[in-house]
Design a protein around this ligand. Structure first.
Ligand SMILES: [Mg+2]
Length: 261
């Protein structure tokens, strides 16, 4: 499915217009005890993916290096070492654009093509079992009983989609990674773009964003929602520099927070 996020229901149905149809059916015909029809939908708990749901900080740098190689091979382009380096970074920055100019290619289009390859390669690595779920992800089930649960990540949308399917993360009612290319890059956190999109899509008036970095806390603040900073081994000594609404040591700590509301 394209940009705009995906709705998921435990019965496999998705898309919002189907929800309207469901609501017209008398309650007596709803047999699914997991049905969201009686669930509070004004409060959304949104999760960052890398370092919160999935172990590790994110996509390995070698992925972008090889992705660049893929694009160059596809286009039969020869590139020297000093020009190669700015083209294999994660950032769409001045260095990337300058290198594209020297290469005689359109920077935005070339960046999109490289990110498409990066996403493809990151999916292959995940399929090969390079990263695992965080052990406390089992808390999602209890959290989802009290709030609508979503996944909003700076990682590539195809990668995030793959993770949800691969690890069968059925609790997420909304899933969104960033779009490939310069626009997706610019809209990444701390920009609140994708968090706002999620809140709108879920009709949520209140929300909580769970992340493992300062940019997550800032993005939440900018979207006007609370933030939960999860401290794990990989960010144990991180001086956050911003004030989250709450700091937690495990996703299980969220259960009393959402059920006491
Ligand atoms: Mg993260």
């Amino acid at each position: 499915m394209g940009p705009g996020g995906r709705y998921r229901r435990t019965d496999g149905a998705h898309a919002r217009d189907e929800r309207t149809t469901t609501e017209t059916i008398p309650m007596t015909t709803v047999h699914d005890t997991e049905s969201r029809t009686d669930r509070r939908t004004d409060h959304a708990v949104l999760f960052d993916m890398d370092g919160v749901i999935l172990e590790g900080r994110g996509t390995d740098a070698s992925v972008h290096r090889r992705a660049l190689e893929d694009v160059l091979t596809d286009r039969e382009l020869e590139v020297d070492g000093d020009l190669r380096e700015p083209l294999e970074t994660y950032e769409y920055d001045d260095g990337f654009r300058a290198a594209c100019e020297r290469l005689g290619v359109d920077a935005a289009e070339f960046f999109h093509a490289r990110e498409k390859r990066s996403a493809k390669r990151s999916v292959s690595r995940l399929a090969a079992g390079t990263r695992r779920l965080c052990p406390d992800v089992d808390a999602l089930e209890a959290i989802a009983e009290h709030a609508v649960v979503g996944l909003v990540s700076n990682n590539y949308d195809p990668t995030v989609e793959f993770v949800v399917d691969h690890f069968r993360l059925t609790e997420f009612g909304y899933v969104r990674g960033r779009d490939l290319g310069p626009n997706g890059f610019r809209r990444r956190k701390p920009d609140p773009h994708y968090l706002n999109e999620a809140l709108d899509a879920l009709d949520a008036s209140e929300g909580l964003y769970v992340g493992d970095r300062a940019t997550d806390v800032i993005a939440a603040e900018r979207a006007g929602i609370d933030s939960a900073f999860v401290r794990r081994d990989h960010n144990a000594s991180l001086d956050l520099g911003v004030e989250p609404t709450v700091e937690i040591g495990s996703l299980h700590d969220l259960i009393p927070l959402v059920s006491d509301r």
